[in-house]
Design a protein around this ligand. Structure first.
Ligand code: LMR
Length: 404
């Protein structure tokens, strides 16, 4: 027996990720009635996550067109960078016309958040990032591993439809220059409650007055109300603020999960400042993973540049969004039909892949153990995991747990 000396021992913060752990648990469960509402992966009516047709075609085109495997550089391919920038900000946006936005391809939205966090650490050594309570579990390590301090602002309480906007604004009242506020661009993960357009405008006015820097995570563009509608907050802030960071993900809206495709956009006050920021971002990338893999970004670049492919992709994305929004309404109806002693109508008013059912940890455990229904411990459900074949069993099981 030899002593371990160099490696750290396991700390509580190194427990398996609560979301990823659920994938393995659900896979092991052989109950035919099993419903997996855990990890945020889109599923169709048959419970599958197929490759989008536009992606399949683009992938084929890219393989035909690619002539070399030489390095692509830390920022990634230009076709991706400009295509995704226009998708996020809108091609005619004043910030793009003024050449104030620089965009790099990153390994997933996580890569964008981590590179953005290291960039922010360079901007302001003692910066605190304010995150919503609740927020996506992985935001915490992605930001704090880069050396940023974290603080929380109130955002949402289970069982409500909208956000706790007044409390959020009072918490941010004293946040000022040098500090960062992390926002979910749309389809808030985990709660599904988004800021209204008016609330985005009020928040923008506060950022302009106080000088804090918004960092917007846009992981579900196109999954909420529509591609343009879901970018409202970003576009408004980009019009009215001198500086902004945007992390985006192509995991969901292009279904490219395992390819790890995302982007980081830095908006500066003017082109010179933006170029300086890009130099820092590229240095951060070089010091982490040198440069992004090209495959997924090439696919997205191809789709966005080819009008037929782009239309095909938008149709497929619209189908996914419509399915989720219809399931939201249906779930509310099915729960009401079970005569549950609780108002679930908020689910139909929220957007994106997730909502909280508002159950206790014990109730979540009971759903898993007795009914083989899997969701994150906070009672976050992935709406896309529901379908016509399992929704009655789901509503019945939730009603049983609520009544017990
Ligand atoms: C989720 O929240 O379930 C997804 O974003 C997948 C993940 O990486 O956690």
């Amino acid at each position: 027996h030899r002593d371990l000396h160099s490696f750290p021992t396991r700390r509580s913060s190194d427990l398996p990720d609560p979301i990823l752990g659920l994938i393995a648990l659900a896979n092991k469960d052989l109950n035919a009635n099993k419903i997996d509402l855990g990890v945020g992966v889109y599923k169709n009516e048959s419970g599958a996550t197929p490759i989008m047709t536009a992606v399949k075609t683009a992938e084929h085109n890219c393989a035909e067109k690619e002539l070399t495997k030489a390095y692509i550089g830390p920022a990634g391919p230009v076709a991706f960078n400009s295509g995704i920038r226009e998708l996020i900000f809108g091609a005619q946006h004043s910030a793009l016309q003024a050449e104030r936005v620089r965009t790099v391809l990153t390994p997933g939205g996580c890569g964008a958040l981590r590179v953005g966090a290291e960039f922010l650490k360079r901007c302001s050594e003692n910066a605190t990032v304010w995150v919503s309570d609740p927020t996506w579990a992985n935001h915490l390590p992605l930001l704090s591993n880069a050396g940023l301090q974290l603080a929380e602002y109130p955002y949402y309480e289970a069982g409500r439809a909208g956000v706790k906007f007044d409390e959020m604004m009072s918490a941010l009242h004293n946040v000022g220059r040098g500090d960062i506020v992390l926002l979910h661009g749309c389809c808030h993960n985990p709660c599904g409650a988004d800021l209204s357009e008016e609330q985005w405008r009020e928040l923008t006015a506060l950022a302009a007055k106080n000088g804090f820097l918004p960092f917007i995570d846009l992981a579900y563009q196109g999954f909420g109300r529509g591609l343009d509608e879901d970018a409202y907050g970003i576009r408004y802030m980009a019009e009215h603020l001198p500086e902004l960071l945007v992390a985006s993900s192509c995991s969901k809206n292009f279904g490219l999960y395992r390819e790890r495709v995302g982007s980081l956009s830095v908006l500066g006050d003017n082109p010179v400042q933006s170029d300086a920021a890009l130099t820092h971002v590229n240095n951060v990338v070089r010091g982490n993973y040198s440069m992004p893999p090209s495959h997924g970004g090439a696919i997205v670049g191809e789709i966005l540049a080819d009008s037929a492919l782009r239309q095909q992709w938008q149709r497929e994305l619209t189908d996914m969004r419509d399915r989720i929004n219809q399931l939201r309404v249906l779930l509310v109806d099915k729960l009401a039909a079970q005569n549950v002693d609780r108002d679930f109508s908020f689910i139909a008013q929220q957007h994106g892949m997730f909502s909280f059912l508002g159950l206790s940890v014990a109730q979540v455990d009971q759903l898993r153990e007795q009914f083989s229904i899997y969701m994150v411990g906070s009672s976050r459900i992935n709406i896309a995991g529901i379908n016509q074949a399992n929704i009655d069993y789901l509503a019945l099981s939730i009603a049983a747990v609520l009544a017990s």
